[in-house]
Design a protein around this ligand. Structure first.
Ligand SMILES: NC(=O)c1ccc[n+]([C@@H]2O[C@H](COP(=O)([O-])OP(=O)(O)OC[C@H]3O[C@@H](n4cnc5c(N)ncnc54)[C@H](OP(=O)(O)O)[C@@H]3O)[C@@H](O)[C@H]2O)c1
Length: 237
């Protein structure tokens, strides 16, 4: 596949570049001009299109001929960066291309997610403080996802839990709603978040889904897997 990674120079982006190259995909990355040196390790193995990720001309050039686009939706600044980035990808990716977007658990597609009071309070505080210091615009990430959900494209919005660094543990497991028991551990390795994004390119069961993910080795994921095994063996307790 020819794959464009929008936001390639960030932590998640660089992991996605690595996974995509390992799978033999041809990779085009978009990142801010000042961040191009962060991709030096991949020199000669990918094409870099420097520029703001919400610039429609930059995105049009980068996604030309791509079968898939992996987009890091980052809520930085207070100038509608996330929604501008999502819109540019929705407008310029070729019809039929797989479009995978990243965000966090705070995004809800159908309002059926259930959050702990601590999570909701944390998001509210981050939203208010972020806007106050003009650093983060969480509601614009919500708007970006609203536009993706409303589009008729072949999208997937991957909703990441709390993240940690560390070696890969394998493909995260997912569920449709935050609050489902399998997700209770609320922890995913960033490298595996990236793995899920790249694997989604070729997983048609995820088209027009907004999976909330969690690490496959976390206690809640392991307990869920054990429960499924017990049921498969005919135990009903
Ligand atoms: N951090 C978490 O705990 C967490 C939890 C759940 C989900 N997520 C989701 O995971 C994704 C990646 O998040 P991350 O925290 O791991 O960060 P990240 O991968 O390092 O990505 C941050 C991105 O934002 C860009 N960026 C940083 N500052 C910017 C600015 N002032 N203006 C424009 N762009 C800027 C970076 O580009 P440069 O390389 O140019 O700086 C990079 O592409 C996001 O979609 C986020 O919603 C994160």
């Amino acid at each position: 596949m020819k794959v464009c990674i929008v936001g390639a120079s960030g932590k998640l982006g660089q992991y996605m570049v690595r996974h995509a190259l390992e799978r033999g995909h041809e990779v085009v990355g978009v990142c801010r001009e000042t961040s191009v040196p962060k991709l030096a390790a991949f020199e000669g193995r990918m094409t870099v299109v420097p520029g703001p990720t919400d610039d429609p001309e930059v995105i049009a050039r980068a996604v030309a001929g791509c079968d898939g686009v992996l987009t890091v939706l980052a809520p930085w600044g207070v100038r509608q960066y996330s929604s501008g980035t999502a819109q540019a990808v929705l407008d310029h990716a070729r019809p039929g291309a797989r479009l995978i977007f990243s965000c966090g658990w705070h995004i809800t597609r159908d309002g059926k997610d259930t959050y702990s009071r601590m999570f909701t309070t944390g998001v509210r505080i981050a939203a208010v403080l972020g806007k106050l210091v003009r650093a983060v615009e969480l509601d614009d990430q919500v708007e970006a996802c609203r536009r993706v959900f409303a589009s008729a494209t072949r999208w997937t919005v991957v909703r990441g839990s709390t993240l940690e660094e560390g070696e890969s543990q394998g493909l995260p497991v997912w569920s449709r709603h935050v609050g489902d028991p399998v997700l209770a551990s609320n922890l995913t390795r960033r490298v595996d978040f990236a793995l899920f994004m790249v694997e989604a390119l070729t997983d048609d069961t995820l088209v027009q889904e907004a999976p909330a993910i969690v690490g496959c080795r976390t206690p809640s994921a392991l307990a869920h897997a054990a429960d499924l095994r017990r049921r498969a063996e005919g135990h009903t307790d």
